[in-house]
Structures are given as structure tokens and as C-alpha cells.
Design a protein around this ligand. Structure first.
Ligand code: XMP
Length: 520
């Protein structure tokens, strides 16, 4: 989906904080996109750029194969802010020198501002910053001045005000850096001249226009699941092309308790557009038979979804477009590793989201993904603006592959039934405690192991259920929810009492990273 706007391009040199930079810029209502260092756009895409932010990264600029940018970036005359490795690259590319490993700083440090600069406008002269580096700039390039230092390094920020080129050794994007958000605001507003117009109203208008441009006079099938993303995508498509949009809800038999019936009736009432329901549960169960590998499960589900939609599109006389509620985060985590032709980001493939990496290569549909540049919180804001009810806007996300990726090991009807019962208890009790809206996801996972227990004075060798409840703003990072012990105790007691064959419940206390939210 293309937007007619000037944006900040964030160049990813491989830092763990790159997506955080993107989030911070968007929190300033400025549109930005992240691109890998070896796929920086030129031509039309570059002409929409109002400035570059270069991320940090694990390499040393002095390495033979150190990541570098094409000359067009420096030649563009656009403002650049280099962060950590980004600053070191900028310094080296322009004739300065970086020394290796002599000035390590990890964690908090105190910055002392040396020079007036629009980057530090209205800042105190000293404040705390977050550092994570082993190399540092030793010799400045011509025309640059040092803007700040710390106790450990004399050059902690640099600038060439004439050419609007800046570098900071610290990380303004992390919460531990005081004045970090203000620094990014100074850069994007005052140095790059962005207007801060990336508001929900604008996103909505632009997205509708982009759908119209893409679909033209054709028809589009909207894949809906009852979740926020696909509902927002469908409503936007309806706004864009009216009755040429039709919704299809596929019940793959991997939904939660009572969900299939509820979703279909509530979507029909809500969307006021036709929603076709298809019960494909037997085909999905058959396609998953014998599969235990998580990626294989995802690919099998992604493929069958598309085949089911294709069959429906044929029945309806041939519909060329399929609308999906894919988010930016789905694409980042599903990204193929570098070297694949679809260069999307530097990130490794974490899991193939069914609607991204799980799609069959010979798919007939042309995809429309109106939300593919939005984070979850932005999709939620759009949902509110569209007047969707809290039940949908506040609803926890549910993965497209459904319970298949929470039923570790083989997916069978019986195991799904066990998982459904345990899952319903987790969600019910969380809702009853009033904590549902304070958490991002809450669910049960059925483990592929058995454990010894004692039930009714007899030995039990029952199944194990893990309970996973997390807090998160955008699903890119998450923390395990510190639920009251009394609530955990109740959930555990209910599961072992009410779900046949389960004799042990464990609570997952891992954040993301290092774990992901779902187990597969
Ligand atoms: P992870 O487990 O990767 O999850 O930390 C992040 C969010 O993405 C959801 N998820 C998916 N959603 N198709 C989807 O529509 C998928 O294939 C998929 N895989 C993970 C997950 O439930 C969580 O909300």
C-alpha cells in the first residue's frame, strides 16, 4: 500500500532497537518505514523521504564487510541522524575515524552537552543516556563539531549543522535515555521539517484511497476472522469499494470455545455487509494429521486457507483480490532471511505468519493488505475511529493458525477439545478478575508431555497445560503478567478439576524476547 506523504526512512543496520526507533517516530505522528541497509530505496521512494535515521548494529565499521550505504544517501542532501553504529558509519563515510574496543560503555551514562544545536534545543546541559557500544568516534570528519561528551568518551554526539548531519553514540529510542523522545522530535520536526500529520484521520483517508487505487473496478474478497485487524481491513475495504467487497469467514476448526458461531453472527450484525461462512474444519484437521513441526503446521494452514478462499472466489465468478489484515509486525517477524528476493527487513524469520510466510507460491489472488504498515496500537486506534465496538477493539489478538500453534505436538480432535476447555477457563477467570483489558494476550497451551500426579489417591499420568498471560503494547516485545497468586491458584484448580486428563498446570514466566508470545 503506498501513501502519498513524506516520511522518515529508518535504515536498519541490525540493531535490536530498530523497531523501537520506528515506534518512537510514529508516536510523534510522523510516518516512517524501516529498510535494511542493503535495500535502501532510490528513485520515487527516496523522493518521499524527509530524512534518514540510521540504526545501531552489531558490526564494527572497520570490519572488511561492515554494512554500508550507497552514495545516494549522503548525496541526497537530506538530514541524517546516525545512532550508535549509524553515527560511526556516518563519521567514517565522511572522512573521520572510529577506534575499536577502547571505550566500551554499556548501560546508563551521563551526557554533557558541549554545543548549541537544534538537536538539543531546550535540553538541560547534562542528562542521563543509555549506551551500548565498544567502538567510538576518535576523529571527526571535516565540518563536524562535537556536540556532547560523557566521562568515558569525548565524542558522544556530533553534528554538521550546514548539511544537517548528526550522530549520537547513545540510544535516544530507549526509555532509559532522558530527553530521548524530545531529541527525536527535534530531529524529525525541526531538522527534517515533518508536520506530524500521521494521525488516525489521515491514515484512514489515505488507506481508503490506496485500496481504491489498487482494486480499481474489480471485486475483492475480505478474509475475516472476527479479530480486530481483519475487521478493520474489511470495514476500510467496504468504505473504499462498497458492495464489490465481500467477506468470507473460514472456520478451520482451530478456534476457541464457542467462537465460530459467535464470530459469524456478530460479524454479520456489525459489518452490515454479506459474510459467507465456510466450515472447513475437517479439511484442516486432515491437512494437519501427523505434523508436529511448528513451521510445517503454519505452512499447511496458510496454504489451505488460500485454497479455501480461491475455491470460494471461483464459486462467486472469479474475484481477483484478497484482503488480509496483515500488520507491520507480522511482516517483520515473518521476514525471509537476507538473500531471499523479497528483501523486507534484516530481522531473521522468527515464525512464518500464516498470512505472510505461510502463503503458497502459486497463489492466484492479488493481495490487498491495508494495515501492512501499521503496528497493533495503530490498528486499534483506527478501529476506534471507525466506531467498532469495544468487544472487537479491546479483544486480545488470536493468531490465524489458531489453536494449532498452542497444541504442541500433533493436532487431533481430542487434544483440541482438551485445550479448548483449559483455554476457556483462563480467559473466563481473567475476565472475571477485571484484568483482561490490562493484558495483551491470555491463553492455554497443551504440552506434548505427560507428568505424574496423584488424583483421588491414585496415580495419574496426565497432560500438562501451560498458562500464558502477557502484557505488551505492540506485540513486538512482551512481559509475563504478574497476576495475583489467588487468580493463578483458581485457574490451576479449575483446569485440573474440570478438564479431563489434565493433572498439572504451569505458568509461563518468560518475557519476549527471549521467548515469543505464542509457543510455536
Ligand atoms: P509471537 O508469538 O510471534 O506473536 O510473539 C506475536 C503476535 O502475533 C500472533 N501471531 C500470528 N497472527 N498469524 C496471525 O494472524 C500467524 O501466523 C501468527 N503467528 C503469531 C500471536 O498470536 C501474537 O498476537
Amino acid at each position: 500500500m503506498q501513501y502519498a506523504r513524506r516520511m522518515i526512512i529508518i535504515v536498519d543496520f541490525g540493531s535490536q532497537y530498530t523497531q523501537l526507533i520506528a515506534r518512537r517516530v510514529r508516536e510523534l505522528n510522523v510516518y516512517c518505514e524501516t529498510v535494511p541497509w542493503n535495500a535502501v530505496p532510490d528513485g520515487q521512494a527516496a523522493s518521499e523521504c524527509a530524512g534518514y535515521i540510521l540504526s545501531g548494529g552489531p558490526a564494527s565499521v572497520n570490519d572488511v564487510h561492515a554494512p554500508s550505504l550507497p552514495p545516494s544517501v549522503l548525496a541526497s542532501g537530506m538530514p541524517i541522524l546516525g545512532i550508535c553504529y549509524g553515527m560511526q558509519w556516518l563519521a567514517t563515510a565522511l572522512g573521520g575515524r572510529v577506534s575499536e574496543g577502547v571505550c566500551r560503555e554499556y548501560g546508563p551514562s551521563q551526557l554533557v552537552v558541549l554545543e548549541d544545536s537544534p538537536l538539543f534545543a531546550d535540553f538541560p546541559t547534562t542528562f542521563s543516556v543509555w549506551m551500548s557500544h565498544g567502538d567510538c568516534v576518535e576523529q571527526l570528519p571535516p565540518n563536524f563539531v562535537p556536540l556532547a561528551r560523557t566521562i568515558a568518551i569525548p565524542v558522544a554526539a556530533i553534528g554538521d549543522h550546514g548539511r544537517r548531519l548528526f550522530g549520537v553514540q547513545f540510544h535516544p529510542e530507549v526509555a532509559h535515555t532522558a530527553w530521548g523522545k524530545e531529541l527525536l522530535r527535534n530531529f524529525v520536526y525541526h531538522i527534517c521539517g515533518c508536520r506530524g500529520s500521521w494521525s488516525s484521520d489521515e491514515i484512514l483517508a489515505e488507506t481508503v484511497a490506496a485500496i481504491q487505487a489498487r482494486v480499481g473496478n474489480e471485486r475483492a474478497l475480505c478474509a475475516v476472522s472476527g479479530g480486530l485487524d481483519s475487521t478493520v481491513a474489511a470495514v476500510l475495504t467496504y468504505k473504499a469499494i462498497g458492495e464489490r467487497a465481500m467477506c468470507v469467514f473460514v472456520d478451520h476448526g482451530l478456534l476457541r470455545q464457542g467462537e465460530a458461531e459467535h464470530v459469524l453472527s456478530s460479524l454479520r450484525a456489525l459489518l452490515r455487509m454479506p459474510v459467507i461462512g465456510i466450515d472447513a474444519s475437517n479439511s484442516f484437521l486432515a491437512a494437519l494429521r501427523g505434523i508436529t513441526d511448528p513451521e510445517q503446521k503454519r505452512r499447511a494452514i496458510g496454504e489451505l486457507f488460500i485454497r479455501t478462499f480461491e475455491a470460494e472466489a471461483d464459486k462467486l465468478g472469479g474475484i481477483p483480490f484478497l484482503v488480509q489484515g496483515t500488520l507491520y509486525s507480522d511482516i517483520i517477524e515473518s521476514a525471509p532471511p537476507l538473500g531471499n528476493s523479497a528483501k523486507r527487513t534484516l530481522a531473521a524469520t522468527i515464525k512464518s505468519h500464516h498470512n505472510v510466510g505461510g502463503l503458497p507460491s502459486d497463489m492466484k489472488f492479488k493481495l490487498v493488505e491495508p494495515l501492512n504498515r501499521l503496528f497493533k496500537n495503530e490498528a486499534r486506534r483506527l478501529g476506534r475511529l471507525l466506531g467498532l465496538p469495544d468487544e472487537i477493539v479491546e479483544r486480545h489478538p488470536f493468531p490465524g493458525p489458531g489453536l494449532a500453534i498452542r497444541c504442541l505436538g500433533e493436532v487431533t480432535k481430542d487434544r483440541l477439545e482438551t485445550l479448548r476447555k483449559a483455554d476457556a477457563i483462563v480467559v473466563d477467570d481473567l475476565k472475571a478478575s477485571g484484568l483482561y483489558c490490562e493484558t495483551a494476550l491470555a491463553f492455554a497451551v497443551l504440552l506434548p508431555v505427560r507428568s505424574v500426579g496423584v488424583m483421588g489417591d491414585a496415580r495419574a499420568y496426565g497432560q500438562v497445560v501451560a498458562v500464558r498471560v502477557v502484557t505488551s503494547t505492540d506485540l513486538m516485545t512482551a512481559d509475563w503478567a504478574r497476576l495475583p497468586h489467588s487468580l493463578l491458584a483458581r485457574i490451576s484448580a479449575r483446569i485440573t478439576n474440570e478438564v479431563p486428563d489434565v493433572s498439572r498446570v504451569v505458568y509461563d514466566v518468560t518475557s519476549k524476547p527471549p521467548a515469543t508470545i505464542d509457543w510455536e
